[in-house]
Structures are given as C-alpha cells and as structure tokens.
Design a protein around this ligand. Sequence first.
Ligand SMILES: CC(C)(COP(=O)(O)OP(=O)(O)OC[C@H]1O[C@@H](n2cnc3c(N)ncnc32)[C@H](O)[C@@H]1OP(=O)(O)O)[C@@H](O)C(=O)NCCC(=O)NCCS
Length: 155
Amino acid sequence: MNTTIVSRKARPEDVEALFELIQGYAEKGIMLPRSRVALLRHIDSFVVVEDAGKLIGCGSLFRLGSDLVEIRSLGMSEGYKGMGIGSRIVDALIDEARRMNIPKVMALTYEVKFFLKNGFSVVDKEIFPEKVWTDCVHCSKRNNCDEIAVVRILE
Ligand SMILES: CC(C)(COP(=O)(O)OP(=O)(O)OC[C@H]1O[C@@H](n2cnc3c(N)ncnc32)[C@H](O)[C@@H]1OP(=O)(O)O)[C@@H](O)C(=O)NCCC(=O)NCCS
C-alpha cells in the first residue's frame, strides 16, 4: 500500500469529511445517513483512512448487544476502491471487536462478495432480533429490505 495512506481512530475534527463521504452514499441509497451531531457523538467508534492528510475511507462499529456488534458506515472515496483499503478497515474493526471481547460481527450490505472475501458468511437477518427491533423497525425499507445480512464469528 502507498506509504501516504494511513489508518487511525477518528477524531472530532474528522466529522465534516466523514459527513460528506457518508452523505454521498446515503443519497445513492446504499448507506444510512448520519448527522454531524450523531457522528460527533459516536466518533470513537470510527476508523478512518487518509491519503496525505485527506480522508478517503471510513468504517464504524456499533454495539447491538452483549455479544454482537455491527459494521456501519463502511465506505471508500471514489478512486480508492479495489486497493485493499476497505479490507484493512474491516480488519481494524474486527481487532476492535476482539478488544471489546465481542464474538459476533455482523453487517447489512449490498457488497456480499467483499464481505465473503473478508471471512463473513451470509445469514438470515431474522437471527439478529437486536438489529431488527432497534433499527429495521424505523427504516423505510423494512417491508422490502433487499440488503443481505453477513456475520463473522470471532475465535
Ligand atoms: C465495499 C467497499 C467498502 C470495499 O472497499 P475496497 O477498498 O474497495 O475493498 P478491497 O479493495 O479491500 O476489496 C475489494 C474486493 O471487493 C470487491 N469489490 C466490491 N466492490 C468493488 C469495487 N467497486 N472496486 C473493486 N473491488 C470491489 C472485489 O471483489 C474485490 O475483491 P478482489 O480483491 O478479490 O478482486 C467499497 O467498494 C465501497 O466504498 N463501496 C461503496 C459503499 C458500500 O457499499 N459500503 C458497504 C456498506 S456495508
């Protein structure tokens, strides 16, 4: 990987760049929008990647239950896809889940091939009542959700 590309925990000053990256995907319907206030409140849950100081990718971990976390807001800027950076963010989030002692990491996604490559398996969404009853019930797609649930069980 290019040496100008580094990953790190997000900081409050990343909020604006995070907002713009996530909002671009939210407008295409492939990510849930996150307000600046919500990003600031949950900034510690984000990992970001930057290229020579410019934020080019992000991902976050959200606790759904005592043994389950969700990967959220995972995205790369255009021009930086397919370079292994998304996989690197997933690795960092998995390390974080291990540190938290949480054995199950899930995501709802359209990028199934990417998650399979990163050690996840496709499962039925209904096995995650924590997700269905906290987020899905408020989602406009709840009756015709076409996202695929994936999970990785940590050793
Ligand atoms: C999904 C995403 C985060 C993957 O990040 P990435 O840095 O492109 O992924 P990596 O380079 O680590 O892995 C690429 C692999 O994923 C797949 N892939 C999915 N979308 C791809 C794309 N647009 N370009 C290249 N590879 C892509 C390929 O199969 C590739 O596998 P290979 O290395 O065996 O060829 C990124 O494509 C993205 O931002 N997508 C839009 C937002 C999104 O859908 N996020 C997921 C929300 S859960």
